[in-house]
Design a protein around this ligand. Structure first.
Ligand code: IMP
Length: 174
């Protein structure tokens, strides 16, 4: 069986949208730069580009989460594999997610962070698949709404492959 990746969102479209999001975030947080929380592993590419598109001295931290096994269906069980390196009490936190699918990961993170007394918690996601929502979450900054397809690239994987593609694509098997 062979696999090929069909482009859904090109590198150029992503670059343009990431810069628009960066400008919006810079405006919103002008007085108080946020802590960007990069949710690993999938958000590492998006967070790196977004951070450089933000014109403010942000702090960056990383949180490891796992909700998928080797397949394309969320296990529904959200596990923290690596916690933040510093407290977030009194901070404006901006969670940077690759994709909001069922919404379980983000809902879990928002609940967790609220117990740590930050000043605010907002969400920036590159992609949103509303058709798959199991819980409603507010995405404050959104790159693209996409249809219900399993996508790879720009940090997103399929069984740990394809994270390094510079665009978002759909895996086709024949
Ligand atoms: P949720 O908890 O169902 O919203 O899923 C969140 C996580 O599942 C994301 O951060 C991704 O790592 C992963 N995920 C969801 N949909 C996709 C997809 O289409 N491709 C790759 N990973 C996905």
């Amino acid at each position: 069986m062979s696999e090929r990746i069909v482009t859904m969102i090109s590198k150029e479209e992503i670059d343009k949208r990431v810069h628009e999001l960066g400008a919006e975030i810079s405006d919103h947080y002008r007085a108080n730069p946020p802590v960007l929380v990069c949710v690993l592993k999938g958000s590492f590419v998006f967070a790196a580009d977004l951070a450089r598109a933000i014109d403010a001295p942000v702090r960056i931290d990383f949180l490891g989460m796992r909700s998928y096994g080797e397949g394309t269906e969320s296990s529904g069980v959200v596990q923290i594999t690596q916690d933040l390196s510093r407290p977030i009490a009194g901070e404006d936190v901006l969670i940077v997610e690759d994709i909001v699918d069922t919404g379980l990961t983000i809902a879990h993170l928002i609940d967790l962070f609220r117990t740590r007394a930050p000043r605010s918690v907002k969400v920036c996601a590159l992609l949103h698949k509303p058709a798959r929502a199991k819980v409603q979450v507010k995405v404050d900054y959104l790159g693209f709404t996409i249809e219900d397809r399993f996508v790879v690239g720009y940090g997103l994987d399929w069984a740990e492959k394809y994270r390094n593609l510079p665009y978002i694509g759909v895996v086709e098997r024949s």
